[in-house]
Design a protein around this ligand. Structure first.
Ligand code: HEC
Ligand code: HEC
Ligand code: HEC
Length: 376
């Protein structure tokens, strides 16, 4: 053996020995059950510190390239608040209120999120709500393709520090239902459709939640079935539809298709007249040079009870759905695939135009299908 190799060989041997000792120690530590996993006693201080470092470093590294869209949008904030009331309140409580005693036995405890908008930048809130946190009970969003929905929740939480007094209005709660003070949800059950969708004289809770009034019964029923099956992904409607049985779905479809649209027009109708005119051309004639068919050749309400009527729908909602199709987020059903080709051929400006026009039509109105030259 070469003499020069001796120190290296020695070093390798000592490192090996230390590693073996460490492994043996770790095995004894795990096997002995000495570490207490009971949630009734806190972690050691060093463990708490270490876990927090791991969490924050991991979030930091993974939010590096996240682009934050504009969040100052009433429709997004309302949608985020409505969803928060139905799903997140069970763990985090209503902002500023005491959390449920059962939940306060969790380790780590779900924190009060009233001031999370001051403590964390939007990209971190977005990342946590989208991906959840391992070993804590904080769940991931049901579908990773619906980042638009996660941004709505982020918009709500980022804005919350200054909006706590408006919480029940934002979440669509009836006045007074938030006052029990014990963190137990009393007005905002998950399947309380009227908090989000229109009911009688009340409009939907903001421009990101679709109006159901005037939609065909068969379309509403199929939409609920698609959500429940997960073939139409939505982290907001999937958990709702999952709680409905076939009978309840049929009942709700019949009820909502008979609701008259509230007289109030969507606020977003105030689009410039040129935009509405360009939108009308797309809706009635399509964009033949790009292979876009006339929207009203399918959406006038006469062609099929499976085709939704779009007249008077919120333009923000129409726009969000067309962009969702462009991202491949609504193609899990045969009907959804019909629209994927249409949406893919539309430019952003054309989406804005046609959404403005459709939204400006009287709610639920049924327009006659356009006749092409060939049909005349
Ligand atoms: C089953 C209980 C549970 C539910 C439901 C839940 N969370 Fe959490 N959440 C937690 C726990 C526990 C933590 C703390 C994790 C930690 O400390 O590492 C947490 C942490 C968070 C954080 C980070 C807070 C901070 O101070 O850093 C945000 C933001 C958050 N949750 C948002 C939400 C939203 C939005 C929803 C609803 C879509 C939700 N959570 C639903 C349990 C839950
Ligand atoms: C937290 C708010 C919220 C609640 C509560 C809620 N919805 Fe929805 N609903 C939404 C949103 C947001 C969408 C759009 C989801 C998407 O992007 O696919 C939607 C979509 C729908 C659609 C599809 C509409 C369309 O134009 O394609 C139907 C049908 C529907 N909801 C019915 C219901 C019924 C019935 C209930 C009660 C059992 C209910 N929703 C409860 C927010 C809600
Ligand atoms: C060949 C028929 C057809 C044409 C043409 C068509 N659509 Fe659709 N559209 C559909 C079907 C079918 C659905 C239902 C998809 C589903 O259930 O997921 C739909 C759904 C939609 C929705 C979602 C509505 C809701 O309530 O969720 C929007 C928005 C929409 N179409 C916009 C348009 C626009 C804008 C055009 C014209 C540029 C257009 N469509 C042309 C068949 C068509």
């Amino acid at each position: 053996m070469d003499v020069r190799d001796l120190p290296l060989a020695l070093l390798a041997k000592s490192v090996g020995a230390v590693l073996a000792l460490f492994l043996a120690g770790a095995t004894i530590f795990v096997w002995s059950g000495i570490y207490n996993v009971a949630a009734s006693s806190d972690h050691l201080r060093i463990t708490t510190w270490l876990l927090a470092q791991i969490r924050e470093r991991s979030i930091d590294t993974r939010t590096f390239a996240v682009d934050v869209p504009p969040l100052d949008d009433d429709g997004m904030i309302r949608l985020g608040a409505s969803h928060y009331e139905g799903v997140c309140v069970s763990c985090h409580g209503r902002p500023g209120q005491k959390i449920n005693p059962v939940v306060s036995g969790m380790l780590p405890q779900p924190p009060d999120l009233a001031d999370v908008g001051n403590r964390r930048p939007p990209e971190e809130i977005f990342w946590i709500v989208r991906h959840g946190l391992k070993y804590t009970g904080m769940p991931a969003w049901p579908d990773l393709r619906r980042e638009d929905e996660v941004w709505a929740v982020t918009a709500f939480l980022a804005d919350l520090p200054t909006r706590i007094p408006d919480y029940s209005d934002l979440a669509g709660l009836p006045r007074g239902s938030e006052d029990r003070g014990d963190g137990v949800s009393s007005g905002g059950t998950l399947t309380d459709c009227g908090r989000c969708h229109e009911s009688g004289s009340k409009d939907t809770n903001g421009s990101r939640i679709p109006r159901l009034a005037g939609l065909p019964e068969a379309y509403i029923l199929r939409s609920l079935q698609d959500y429940a099956r997960g073939s139409r992904p939505s982290g907001i409607m999937q958990p709702v539809a999952d709680l409905l049985d076939e009978h309840a779905m049929r009942d709700l479809a019949a009820r909502y298709s008979a609701v008259r649209a509230p007289a109030e027009r969507p606020a977003t109708t105030a689009a410039p007249p040129e935009r509405i005119r360009r939108g009308e051309t797309i809706a009635t004639l399509g964009v033949p040079e790009n292979g876009v068919p006339a929207c009203l050749s399918c959406h006038s309400g006469r062609q099929s009870p499976q085709f939704p009527v779009l007249a008077g729908q919120h333009s923000d909602y129409i726009r969000d759905q067309l962009k969702l199709w462009q991202r491949g987020g609504r193609v899990g059903t045969p009907y959804g695939r019909i629209m994927a080709a249409v949406a893919a051929a539309l430019e952003t400006e054309q989406i804005d135009d046609v959404a403005a026009y459709l939204s400006s039509l009287p709610s639920g109105s049924v327009r006659s299908a356009p006749t092409t030259e060939a049909e005349r």
